[in-house]
Design a protein around this ligand. Structure first.
Ligand SMILES: [Zn+2]
Length: 343
């Protein structure tokens, strides 16, 4: 797929490591069904780290494989949730085995391989299990955030086309030279440069819809949806995309809506976890930073600045996150930098 190709083209200088997956035998603590869960053997972050802490690997994204689902009763969770019997109370067992039971959002066959069950289905089931178990807000927050990352990753793909490959050739030379820098930052900087060039008439002579779609895909890939969304809406309103790319643009827009829903739930849960003093002192600064970033992504700039200030006031915040908090605080403002022609 081009999305992979596009990613590859941009990640060409990233470390040549990749995610490797292994399997581990687990027994479902609810129904005793034995099956193989997937575990991450090794990974990398050569695809860059987005400012909401999503570390993207060059190959398969580990976040897709963190949640396992029992193919018989649909009990779902991290591998730990299958290995610690204390996490399943009689009341939870009763709910899963008798009533109301878990209902997968997509069909699951009893002999299905974990990798054939969509990650979003496994996360949706785990969320229900965690709710039934009254899991602490911090655990809910991470589950929602990781689910949002899966939706983001699933929603960042475009079918292959020659026009798109051509568009990538406009992005590539604008990638910052520092090849060891954060790949997510490099890609976003290249898109920002290209947008500025287009605005000032220095870009390619014709602003092909494909070029705008490729920029939208890169922004979408890093969850910069406040910039991706107007580009996609403009493209769909104006027409000019071939039908398969039009459908892909629509899918990206739909995935943005779903990601927002999950980010809002993650934000609410992190807020609750902080309010209840559930987060260890060392992690409070990073949690406040993350809340700032989630609010910024959700378009609540005032709240974002408040959380970034709170993070910066926390002496335990490390230097890297402190630098990011300052940058993201400055970025928490209404977006008005898209050239009119690309909106
Ligand atoms: Zn089971």
């Amino acid at each position: 797929m081009l999305a992979a190709a596009a990613g590859l083209a941009l990640a060409v200088t990233a470390p040549a490591s990749a995610t490797t997956l292994a399997r581990t035998a687990v027994v479902c603590p609810v129904c005793d069904h034995a099956f193989e869960a997937v575990v991450i053997h090794s990974t990398d972050n050569g695809g860059g780290i987005s400012r909401d802490l999503f570390a993207r690997a060059v190959g398969a994204q580990p976040v897709h494989y963190l949640i396992a689902t029992c193919t018989r009763c649909y009990y779902s969770g991290y591998v730990d949730d299958f290995q610690d019997p204390d996490r399943v109370t009689p009341a939870l067992k009763e709910k899963i085995l008798r009533r109301p039971r878990l209902k997968p959002p997509s069909p699951i066959k009893p002999d299905m391989d974990q990798r054939d069950i969509p990650a979003t289905t496994r996360y949706a089931l785990a969320e229900r299990v965690y709710r039934w178990r009254n899991a602490p807000p911090q655990a809910m927050a991470w589950l929602y955030l990781r689910w949002a990352w899966v939706v983001r990753d699933d929603g960042s793909y475009l079918p292959p086309s020659l026009d798109l490959m051509e568009a990538m050739r406009e992005i590539q030379p604008r990638l910052p030279q520092n090849k060891r820098g954060n790949q997510a930052d490099r890609e976003l900087q290249a898109v920002t440069l290209l947008l500025a060039d287009l605005l000032e008439g220095r870009g390619p002579p014709q602003q092909k819809p494909c070029l705008r779609l490729t920029m939208a895909m890169i922004l979408r890939r890093h969850g910069e949806n406040r910039q991706a969304e107007p580009l996609l809406r403009g493209l769909l309103d104006q027409g000019g995309l071939e039908p398969k790319l039009q459908r892909a643009a629509q899918r990206m827009l739909d995935s943005i809506r779903e990601e927002r829903r999950l980010l809002a739930l993650a934000r609410d849960s992190f807020e609750l976890a902080l309010k209840r003093d559930e987060i260890k002192p060392d992690n409070r600064g990073p949690a406040r930073y993350l809340l700032g970033e989630l609010c910024r992504r959700l378009g609540d700039d005032d709240a974002a600045r408040g959380w970034f200030d709170a993070a910066l006031a926390d002496a335990s915040l490390d230097n890297e996150l402190r630098r990011w908090a300052e940058q993201q605080r400055a970025a928490a403002a209404p977006v008005d930098w898209l050239p009119p022609a690309t909106r």
